[in-house]
Design a protein around this ligand. Structure first.
Ligand code: FAD
Length: 328
C-alpha cells in the first residue's frame, strides 16, 4: 500500500469530534490530489463502532486501539501508543486537531519521532512535487508562514473549523485493523480516576460554528445574560476578551485570544471588544466577523465584515428578537 496521510481521530461521548471529520474530509481531498492513502487512528475504549464513520468521511484504513487504559486521554498512554502506530504505518504526514489533546500530543510525538511539527495550521496545499505544505499564522496573525520538511513524517496540528466537513458516504468501506495497546508501564505517569464534565447546552468554544463574545464593556457577569440569550437563539457559544475575564465577568476557559483559545468559527460577533492585537490573534481567522462597538474608531472595525456603531445594550437584545422571529 502506498504511504499516506494519517489522521489522529478524537472522539467524545461516543462520537467523532467535528475537527476529526474536517481532517478526514480535507485529508481525502489532499490524498486524492497527491496520490496518497488516508488512514485514521482511533484510540479509546469501545471505539471500534466509529471506524465505519471514519470510512464514510474518506478513510481508506482505520487503525483501532481499544483498551481500558485509553478510555480517558492521558499524555503518557496516548503518546506511547501513537508513537508505535505511526512508526508501523510509516505515513508521509500525521495531522491532528489543534485542540487541547492535539497541542499536548503533537510536540511530544515529534520529539519521539525526531521530526518537525507545524502547529496551529489553517491551510494545507500540495506543491509541484506532490508534497504537502502547511500554512500557519505567525506574529499574532499578522503574517502567514508556509512549512514543509524533508524529514518524514511531518506532524501538523490543524485549527478547528479551518476546513468544511464533506457529506458522508455510508457506502465507503475501510480496512479496519485492530492493534493491541501494549502500553509501557513507564509511560503511565498519570492515571485518570474520574472525569467531571460540566453540563452545557452550548457548543464547545473551539468547535462552535458561531460565537458571541463580550468584552470589558459588558461591565459585569450578569450583563453577559444578554449575550447568552443571543447565543441560545442562534445555537452559538459565548466567548470573552481577556479584559472581561480579568475583570471576573467570565471564566478563563471562555477567553479568546493569544493567551486564551484560538477559534475559527463561521460567524464571530464581537460585542464591546476594542480589537486589540492579542484578541485578534485568537479570532482573526473567523470567516465572517460582526462587531458592535460604540466607538467608530475601534480597531475591531478594521477586521470586521459588518460593523454596527452603537450601544451593545440596545443592539444585542434587538438582534436576539429579530433572530428569534426569523428562526421561529
Ligand atoms: P477594551 O480594550 O477596554 O475595549 C472595550 C471596548 O468596548 C471599547 O472599544 C469601547 O468603545 C467599547 N464599548 C464600551 N461600552 C460599550 C457599549 N455600551 N456598547 C458598545 N461598545 C462599547 N486580550 C484578549 O482578548 N485575549 C487574549 O488572549 C489576550 N492576551 C494578551 C496577552 C498579552 C501578553 C497582553 C499584553 C495582552 C493580552 N490581551 C488579550 C489584552 C489585550 O491587549 C486587551 O487589553 C484586551 O483584549 C481588551 O479587551 P476589551 O476589548 O474587552 O476591552
Amino acid at each position: 500500500m502506498p504511504k499516506g496521510i494519517l489522521v489522529v481521530l478524537e472522539q467524545y461521548n461516543g462520537e467523532l469530534r467535528k475537527v476529526s471529520l474536517e481532517l478526514l474530509s480535507e485529508g481525502r481531498r489532499l490524498a486524492d490530489m497527491a496520490g496518497l492513502d488516508l488512514t485514521g487512528v482511533l484510540l479509546g475504549q469501545g471505539v471500534k463502532d466509529l471506524a465505519p464513520v471514519a470510512a464514510s468521511y474518506g478513510a481508506d484504513k482505520v487503525v483501532v486501539v481499544d483498551d481500558a487504559a485509553l478510555k480517558d486521554y492521558t499524555t503518557g498512554a496516548y503518546t506511547s501508543v501513537l508513537n508505535r502506530v505511526i512508526r508501523d504505518e510509516d505515513p508521509e504526514v500525521v495531522v491532528m486537531g489543534n485542540t487541547g489533546i492535539g497541542r499536548d500530543l503533537a510536540p511530544r510525538l515529534a520529539q519521539r519521532l525526531g521530526v518537525g511539527c507545524a502547529s496551529d495550521c489553517v491551510a494545507v496545499a500540495v506543491d509541484s512535487n506532490y508534497k504537502l505544505r502547511f500554512k500557519r499564522p505567525i506574529y499574532a496573525g499578522k503574517a502567514y508562514a508556509e512549512m514543509a520538511t524533508e524529514a518524514r513524517p511531518i506532524l501538523a496540528t490543524i485549527r478547528p473549523n479551518s476546513f468544511s466537513v464533506a457529506a458522508p458516504n455510508s457506502d465507503r468501506q475501510a480496512e479496519v485493523v485492530e492493534v493491541a495497546a501494549s502500553i509501557d508501564a513507564a509511560d503511565l505517569k498519570a492515571i485518570v480516576k474520574e472525569v467531571i464534565r460540566q453540563a452545557s447546552s452550548r457548543p464547545e468554544l473551539t468547535d462552535a460554528n458561531v460565537i458571541v463574545s463580550g468584552g470589558r464593556a459588558m461591565k459585569n457577569s450578569e450583563n453577559f445574560k444578554i449575550l447568552e440569550d443571543l447565543a441560545d437563539a442562534i445555537g452559538a457559544a459565548v466567548g470573552a476578551s481577556r479584559a472581561a475575564v480579568d475583570s471576573g465577568y467570565r471564566e478563563y476557559k471562555f477567553q479568546v485570544g493569544q493567551t486564551g483559545k484560538t477559534v475559527s468559527p463561521t460567524l464571530y460577533i464581537a460585542c464591546g471588544i476594542s480589537g486589540a492585537i492579542q484578541h485578534l490573534a485568537g479570532m482573526g481567522s473567523s470567516k465572517v466577523i460582526v462587531a458592535i462597538n460604540k466607538d467608530p474608531e475601534a480597531n475591531i472595525f478594521t477586521v470586521a465584515d459588518y460593523g454596527i456603531v452603537g450601544d451593545l445594550f440596545e443592539i444585542v437584545p434587538l438582534l436576539t428578537e429579530e433572530f428569534k422571529k426569523q428562526l421561529a
